[in-house]
Ligand binder design. Structure first.
Ligand SMILES: [Zn+2]
Length: 230
């Protein structure tokens, strides 16, 4: 197979003990790379023992400062990341932390898009109103990291059909698609419903607010084996 994916190489691996706000702890081997196509400092977090139980479980996670760091409930990124780290650690694999804030439009434009959403546009139309595509993420960097890690046959943890399709086109064999859980709260119900409707996120279909359910991780609740999105 002839690949058009530029070669990236491992620059460094550092062990970082992780502790999340709910007390969950694990240790990640954090990789940096040389030669990533978009020049952004993406990371791969190695968790558990990749390959010990079949193809490594891989979760491509797009950076979300507001969700990942501050616990914003406008989206489900924080709980998605928390769930992914534990599930990948259990199986063995990688969380790819991709510097693609706001589906690729950047932090400031994401906040501008939030302002438009507050005036009635949904998350996709708001991006278009700002002159962006509905989803500008490109997974070449993710594929480059997986090639560098020799993880070219993976189990993909995602609800987003575009991730699997792009990775498959970049020389990554998807042995299995595994859906992420739903992380529903009052503040993100509209966002999740829009993702399900417009982003093709199959596992999110039928998302409804459920009272004051917290966005705590609900691993595996969306069922395994279906095409995932986020
Ligand atoms: Zn987010």
């Amino acid at each position: 197979m002839t690949l058009s994916v530029p070669v990236a190489t491992i620059r460094r691996r550092i062990r970082i003990p992780l502790r999340f706000v709910d007390g969950y702890t694990t240790t990640a081997g954090v990789y940096s790379f040389t030669g990533l196509a978009d020049g952004l400092p993406h990371l791969a977090l190695e968790l558990g023992r990749p390959g010990a139980a079949g193809p490594p479980l891989v979760r491509p996670h797009s950076e979300c400062l507001t969700g990942d760091v501050f616990g914003s409930q406008r989206c489900d990124c924080g709980p998605q990341l928390r769930e992914a780290v534990e599930r990948v650690a259990e199986h063995g694999g990688y969380v790819l932390y991709l510097r693609q804030e706001g589906r690729g439009i950047g932090l400031y434009d994401k906040l501008d898009a939030y302002a438009l959403q507050d005036s009635g546009l949904d998350t996709y139309d708001a991006n278009v109103a700002l002159g962006h595509g509905t989803d500008e993420r490109d997974y070449t960097g993710a594929a480059q990291m997986l090639h560098a890690l020799d993880a070219t046959r993976i189990r993909l943890l995602s609800n987003n059909p575009d991730k699997g399709a792009q990775l498959a086109g970049l020389g990554i064999s998807i042995a299995e698609h595994i859906a992420t859980g739903l992380h529903l709260a009052e503040a993100n119900a509209g966002y999740l419903a829009t993702k399900a409707r417009r982003g093709g996120h199959g596992a999110l279909a039928g998302a409804r607010p459920r009272g004051h359910e917290t966005p705590a991780a609900r691993p595996a609740s969306a069922g395994r084996g279906t095409l995932d999105t986020a």
